[in-house]
Design a protein around this ligand. Structure first.
Ligand SMILES: Cc1cc2nc3c(=O)[nH]c(=O)nc-3n(C[C@H](O)[C@H](O)[C@H](O)COP(=O)(O)O)c2cc1C
Length: 349
């Protein structure tokens, strides 16, 4: 089938990545981006946090920071979408340029620092548009200049509890000082205790935490222990990396910020496998980081992921990537004799 993204890509990639992104969001808002084929192969159906998904491929946080286009993501093939990161107050983020394509590496480096319109604007949009037909998460973050970043998360969790299937605590952003605070297990435990102390009345939201692929093993172990002790409902693995794996060829490879895309896959999949060992399969894991094929998604699922997310792959392949991943995943599941996606989760552990 002809892929219209092949026509748009040279034009988009001639622009600054953020301008290209804004144009993409505008095109999605105006509903002029052709959708992907509807109707998922039944073998891909699964459930995440008790919510049924027609497929396990999600949109990762950071693409739709302000909730502008999430309701269109079902038409583009996704089984769920995570919007945000949203911070309590609107903020501009770091100075531009702050997003760089690494085309020879299939990667991106960003140091955006959570530019977003803030919680008021997001809540207004969510009220107006409601929930999408697909699974839905909201990614929460603290303001860069907040004196009490844990309080930011508490306020956001209260505010958005009823708008989504799950809330992600982004406690691993490499691009702001406050994004790094909760790499200290004591600070993470305090944050989780403060959220647990909220009087949820039986309406406690499903809470997941997003981890960094850069925590060395002893720290990762303590962070996961802390999350499990606080009865976290799930873990997203992983955020972008500050590391620069050897062999990067692109001009912008030395820019500061978090690296995403193909060169992240080895690190994110190793971190996912380790987190699966540490959790023993007791909580669902969402895998993200460099997934650019059905084989990548399948490897993550076999290593213990209940669902996967993509972002950077879309910059290079458009939303046809979602369809491609789903097709290949269905073939691989059948090849290995699985009757349903859930049978493959953790099969390699
Ligand atoms: C431009 C950009 C902005 C991002 N913003 C966020 C964010 O606000 N919150 C978050 O948790 N992750 C954010 N991420 C990280 C992605 O959700 C994902 O974890 C990471 O990019 C790895 O996946 P990928 O290789 O498929 O892109 C961002 C990534 C990019 C490239």
């Amino acid at each position: 089938m002809f892929d219209p993204y092949l026509l748009a890509k040279p034009f988009l990639h001639a622009l600054d990545p953020e301008d290209a992104h804004e144009l993409t969001l505008c095109a999605l808002e105006m509903n002029v981006v052709p959708g992907q084929p509807r109707g998922d192969d039944p073998i891909l159906a699964t459930s995440l946090f008790g919510r049924r998904l027609t497929n396990p491929v999600g949109l990762a946080a950071g693409f739709d920071k302000d909730g502008r286009v999430y309701e269109r993501m079902g038409a583009h093939g996704f089984g769920f979408a995570e919007i945000g990161g949203v911070t309590p107050l609107a903020q501009k983020g770091n100075p531009r340029p702050r997003v760089f394509r690494l085309p020879e590496d299939g990667a991106v480096i960003n140091r955006m620092g959570f530019p977003n319109e803030g919680a008021d604007a997001l809540e207004r949009r969510l009220r107006r548009k409601g929930r999408p037909e697909i699974g839905f998460g909201i990614n929460l973050a603290s303001n860069a200049d907040s004196a009490d970043p844990a309080d930011d998360f508490v306020r956001l969790a209260r505010r958005f509890a009823h708008y989504a299937d799950y809330l992600t605590l982004d406690v691993s952003c490499p691009n702001t000082a406050n994004g790094q605070v909760f790499l200290d297990p004591a600070r993470l435990a305090d944050l989780l205790a403060r959220i647990a102390a909220i009087d949820w009345e039986s309406n406690r939201p499903t809470l997941v935490a997003k981890l960094s692929p850069d925590a060395e093993d002893a720290l990762l172990e303590r962070l996961v222990e802390t999350l499990l002790a606080a009865r976290i409902d799930g873990i997203v693995v992983a955020n972008t990396t500050r590391q620069r794996p050897p062999g990067l060829r692109s001009y912008h490879a030395r820019e500061a910020g978090g690296l995403s895309g193909t060169p992240l896959f080895a690190l994110s999949s190793a971190t996912l496998a380790r987190v699966r060992t540490l959790t023993g399969g007791t909580v669902p894991l969402i895998a993200v980081g460099g997934i650019s094929s059905g084989a990548d998604a399948y490897a993550m699922i076999r290593a213990g992921a209940s669902a996967v997310q993509i972002y950077t792959g879309l910059i290079y392949a458009g939303t046809a990537l979602v369809t491609g991943i789903k097709r290949e995943l269905a073939v691989l599941l059948r090849r290995d004799g699985a009757g349903a996606l859930a049978e493959a989760v953790g099969a390699a552990t």
